[in-house]
Write a new protein. Structure first.
Length: 215
């Protein structure tokens, strides 16, 4: 409502702009979170490959984790450092791996943590199992990229249609600025304009929600 008091903008526009700003802000946060998740999964796949190589060379689980840690950068590096640090301090490895899957609630990390926890409890050959986990993670990453590529096309089309409506409004304003100002200054005009802007923002958010990957 600050715009209403500062510049005297009609309150329907103030409400609409406030809702649009909050929706776009949440979408931006979701975009950043999705990018971070994708980076974490890609780093996890690389770390698993390094661990498989270290295990094949005769290293133990702790040594394999150490080898992966040396080749991993942020943000995954901090997680691996915490795992190794807690295990060296005497914490139960099963609880350490479970906490990892709770801190990063992704299916790939749950699979990785469960594999290590089960191996630590029952033993056996870990390298073949981790190799399978690594292939599974890379398959998920590949599928995610294909889905994002397909949804990006529809997103671009939607944004172009939204931009077209504002372009048409600009053309109408240039042809008759006085009539446009008079229309937007009325209560009916402000409700229609603010409502259309709000519905466009809600539509973009809804499209983003239904195109979100769930597998």
């Amino acid at each position: 409502m600050g715009l209403y008091f500062l510049v005297g903008m009609p309150w329907p526009y103030c409400v609409s702009l406030a809702v649009i700003a909050s929706l776009l802000g949440s979408q931006f946060e979701s975009f950043l979170a999705t990018r971070k998740e994708a980076k974490l999964e890609a780093q996890l796949a690389d770390a698993v490959d390094i661990m498989v190589g270290a295990l094949g060379a005769g290293a133990g689980v702790a040594g394999a984790l150490e080898a992966a840690l040396q080749e991993t950068h942020a943000p995954l590096r901090g997680q691996l450092e915490e795992i190794l640090g807690r295990i060296r301090l005497g914490d139960q490895p099963q609880s350490v791996f479970q906490n990892l899957s709770e801190r990063i609630p992704l299916e790939t990390f749950l699979l990785f943590a469960s594999t290590l926890a089960v191996h630590w409890e029952v033993g056996g050959s870990l390298a073949p199992t981790l190799a399978t986990v690594g292939r599974t993670i890379r398959d998920r990453i590949d599928i995610s990229r294909r889905i994002r590529s397909n949804t990006a096309q529809s997103t671009i089309s939607t944004m172009m249609m939204v931009g077209l409506t504002y372009f048409i409004a600009l053309v109408v304003y240039n042809n008759g600025p006085e009539q446009m100002k008079a229309f937007l200054g009325t209560s009916i005009g402000s409700f229609f304009a603010a409502g259309s802007m709000l519905l466009q923002a809600v539509g973009i958010v809804w499209m983003s929600y239904i195109s979100r990957m769930k597998f």
